[in-house]
Structure formats: C-alpha cells, structure tokens
Ligand binder design. Structure first.
Ligand code: UD1
Ligand code: UDP
Length: 440
C-alpha cells in the first residue's frame, strides 16, 4: 500500500505529523507532498524538525496569492505527482486550500481520499475554510472525524455512516507526545528565553491570523483596544506573517508593539509554543488548532470569532466565543484572571478530542480498508438496484447492527427524543426514531 499525504501550512504539518510517524513505524510506503503555501522557515521547516518527521518528497512551491491562483497551481502540481506516484489513498487534513485542491484532483483520478478532521462545520460560508472542508467531504472515501458531533454533521448532510471513523484529533497526539520533550529542552527562541517565561505571571498567549479579523481594520482596532486595557497581563504575541503585514499596512503595528505589556515575537516552533501555551493563564486566539490545544492543555481560551467549527470546546466549558467585541474580551479575561472558581471550571473542562491515539486509529482504519479492497475506486459494474428511504419508530430492544441485518438496510439518522445520536453499531435504538435506506 502507498499513502500520499498532502499538506501545505503550519497546522497541517503539526496535525499530520503523528499520522506520518505512525505510517513510517508500520513500514508502509508513503510520500509527503508539500504545496508550499507556507514557506517561511518558521511557518514550515521548523515543524518538520520539531515533530521529527521526514522532509517532503515533493514541494510544489505555490507560495502566496489569491485563492483561485493558489488553488489552481496546487491542482496542477498535485495532479502531475499523483499520476506519477499512483498512491492507494491520499490524505488531506482540515480546511486549507491544499485540502480543496488535493480532494478535487484525487477524486477525479479515482484515488481514494481520507479526510483527516472531517465533518467540522462553522455554518459560515463566508469563511474560505468552510468551503474547503465541505468540498473535501463531498470528495472523500474515508472520514476521520474527531468527535460524534462532527460525525453527526456529516450524517445530517446525507453521508453514509459506514465510512465515518471517530478518531479524536491528532493534535492531542502531537501535544501529549511533545510537551514533555519540549519542557526538557527549554526555549530555543531567544526572545522567548529572554522574557523568562518560567518566572512570569499572568501570561496571555495571543495568536490571530483569520482573514475576517486581521484584514478588517475595525475588528483589529477593537481587539487592540482590549489588549491595551489588559495591562495586568503579560501578552505574548507570536505574530503570523499575514497579521504582521496587515497591522503594518493599517499603521497599527507600532502602536501595539510600543505597549509595555505586549511582546510581539516571531512565530514559534512547536516545542517553544507548547511551553508557552502550557504556561499561560489564558489563550486569546482565532486559531482553529489552538482552541483544541487549549482544552487539551487545560488552559482557558477566549476565541476571537463569532462562530466556531469546534463547538465541543464551548459546550465542554473550556472556550468562550468573544468575537472582536472589546467588552466581551475584557469582561471574560478579567473573570478568568480574578475569579478562581470560574477559571478552574474552564481549566477542568473535559477534552472532547480523545486520548492521543488518533493517529493509531486512523492508520488502523486505512490498513483495514486496504485489506478489504475498499480503497479501490472504480466505476460500478452492477446495474443499480432500487432502494427506498424509510423512517421507523423502533419499539423493540435492538441494536443498530441487528436492525440493519434484519432489514438489509443502512441506518442514517437516529433521533433520541429531540437529540440526534450517532448510530454506533451496538447502540440500542429502542424508543428512538431512525431513518434508513432499505435495499431491494
Ligand atoms: C492559511 C489557511 C488557513 C490556516 C492558516 C494557518 C487557507 C485558505 N488558509 O491561512 O485556513 O488557518 O493558513 O496558519 O488555506 N505569508 C508569509 N510567509 C508564509 C506564509 C504566508 O509571509 O510562509 C504571508 C503572505 O503575505 C500571505 C499571507 O501570509 O499572503 C497569508 O498566507 P496564506 O497562506 O494565503 O493564508 P493564511 O492566512 O496563512
Ligand atoms: N503554533 C505554533 N507556533 C506559533 C503559533 C501557533 O507552533 O507561533 C501552532 C499551534 O500550536 C497550533 C497550530 O500552530 O497547533 C495552529 O496553527 P494556525 O493557528 O496557524 O492555524 P489554524 O489552526 O487556525 O488553522
């Protein structure tokens, strides 16, 4: 079996690293294809080093650009490589342009796609990421969904449960695996070492790069307004290159940099960043991955967004959405700082993203699909049979599996009162309403 992994940005490298590592350990043939969307050393190469994964076999070097240009160049480059390498499965992760390009190209070449971190939905189609993740899900053959909630998103859109594998999120694997290594190693980045983080109180780690925030002067101004008033905190801001550019263009960079309690530093390597976040009292971010890492590391998060495709973090109590609303940022930050009970509750929020074994579960499932021939995508040879969509109120003690066997059916949705449930094979569906396809 040959597995091709497509990645191109910082979070994809971090979240694919545990899977790449697991594939290597099992001696499976693999290629790594970098789109080159992130190219600065501190946005790309440093993560291959810190996470100890092999350098990419290919780099398409698409660089920065508009969405259409970037995606088009990626598609062209990915197609050439896949035609040559003929992998059995292509893995894409998350919601970047690499995911969009990789999924479209591989599906047209009839190569199975495994979407890692499938099923997330912000329901906000103005976000490029929402478009990317939805398109990737349409094209995929295997869905590695982090939680039951994300699985239910896919079921509600009509996807079959057969190809949904609930794995947790590989970011937990990456955090658990590297935090101890990081702590032993100490800080690599000089600016961080100089700040003497170990003896610093009230650290607030800030990251922001989301287009809807940093490309909007009013929103950035509101956020900076809040930062100014958080002078009881030591704000450490490893700045994303996109944000540095826009703050400079808006003439806001110096104003922020001049604040005594704000330390703008360059983007950190993964080991440095883990030490910083785990030592923080509070994380203020618009990052997707950081919302997950915050709850994994038991650090309260305030998310600078109006919606999130990670609602589990909010429901669990570890994350609060504050938008770019100065008052909401300040009110919640002061509460975390001054109200121990409130802060403890956030810190103790249960982690919805698994135990750190996501990479293992992902590669187990890929090997299983390969062994069963389920990665072969070929045109159907049997004439289509008919099937009917039905609903039933289940009155007997019966599991999902037993119901499907008895009716030659596939269950899609399960309603338990007014709640949707994920149809695990062994879920007893007595008293629940199910929708299913009956095959004839
Ligand atoms: C991309 C992803 C976003 C992800 C983020 C992770 C898409 C649509 N966006 O956003 O989902 O959350 O990566 O960080 O795929 N730049 C550099 N050096 C680099 C990379 C970028 O200077 O190595 C600057 C360039 O000015 C570029 C800008 O950052 O125009 C934005 O980069 P881009 O890759 O387009 O999007 P991100 O904001 O990084
Ligand atoms: N990260 C890092 N150094 C930094 C900032 C972030 O290593 O200076 C890591 C962080 O731990 C997380 C990932 O980058 O795993 C998140 O990337 P980003 O916020 O760029 O993208 P998103 O997750 O929003 O797509």
């Amino acid at each position: 079996m040959k597995i091709a992994t497509i990645l191109g940005t910082r979070p994809e490298i971090i979240k694919m690293a545990p899977i790449i590592d697991e594939i290597s350990k099992r001696g499976i043939d693999q290629i790594i294809l970098h789109t080159g969307q992130h190219y600065d050393e501190e946005m790309s190469d440093n993560f291959f080093r810190d996470l100890e994964i092999p350098a990419p076999d290919y780099n398409i070097h698409v660089g920065s650009g508009t969405h259409g240009r970037q995606t088009g160049l990626m598609m062209q480059g990915i197609e050439e490589i896949l035609l040559d390498e003929k992998p059995d499965i292509v893995l894409v992760q998350g919601d970047t342009n690499a995911v969009l390009a990789g999924a479209i190209v591989a599906s047209k070449l009839h190569i199975a796609i495994g979407h890692v971190e499938a099923g997330l939905r912000s329901f906000d189609m103005t976000m490029p990421e929402e478009v990317n993740r939805r398109v990737a899900d349409v094209c995929s053959a295997m869905y590695f969904v982090p939680t039951e909630e994300s699985a239910i998103n896919l079921l509600a859109e009509g996807f079959s449960r057969k190809n949904l594998i609930i794995t947790g999120n590989t970011v937990v694997d990456a955090c658990f695996r590297h935090l101890e290594i990081a702590k032993k190693k100490g800080f690599e980045e000089e600016s961080l070492a100089e700040l003497d983080i170990d003896n610093m109180d009230n650290i607030l780690t800030l990251t922001m790069h989301r287009a809807e925030n940093v490309d909007d002067k009013q929103r950035v101004t509101n956020i900076i307004g809040a930062l100014k008033e958080l002078s009881d905190m030591n704000i450490i801001f490893p700045i994303h290159p996109r944000t540095k550019n826009t703050l400079q263009n808006f003439g806001l960079f110096d104003e922020l940099n001049d604040l005594e309690h704000v330390h703008i530093i360059k983007p950190l390597g993964y080991l440095d960043f883990l030490q910083l976040t785990s030592a923080s009292t509070l994380i203020l971010t618009d990052s997707g991955g950081l919302q997950e890492e915050a709850i994994t590391l038991d650090v309260p998060a305030l998310t600078l967004r109006y919606n999130t495709e990670r609602p589990e973090t909010v429901t669990a109590g570890g994350n609060i959405l504050v938008g770019s609303d100065k008052n909401a940022i300040l009110e919640n930050a002061f509460k975390i700082l001054n109200d121990n009970e409130f802060a403890d509750k956030m810190r103790n929020a249960p982690n919805p993203y698994g135990m750190g074994d996501s990479a293992k579960l992902t590669v187990d499932a890929i090997e299983d699909y390969y062994a069963k021939g389920l990665l072969d995508i070929s045109a159907p040879e049997d004439i289509m049979g008919s099937f009917t969509r039905k609903m039933a109120m289940v009155t007997e003690d019966i599991t999902v599996n037993e119901f499907e066997d008895s009716k030659n059916a596939l269950i899609h949705l399960v309603f338990d009162g007014d709640k949707m449930r994920f149809p695990n094979d062994d879920l007893n569906i007595k008293g629940m309403c199910v929708s299913y396809d009956e095959r004839e």
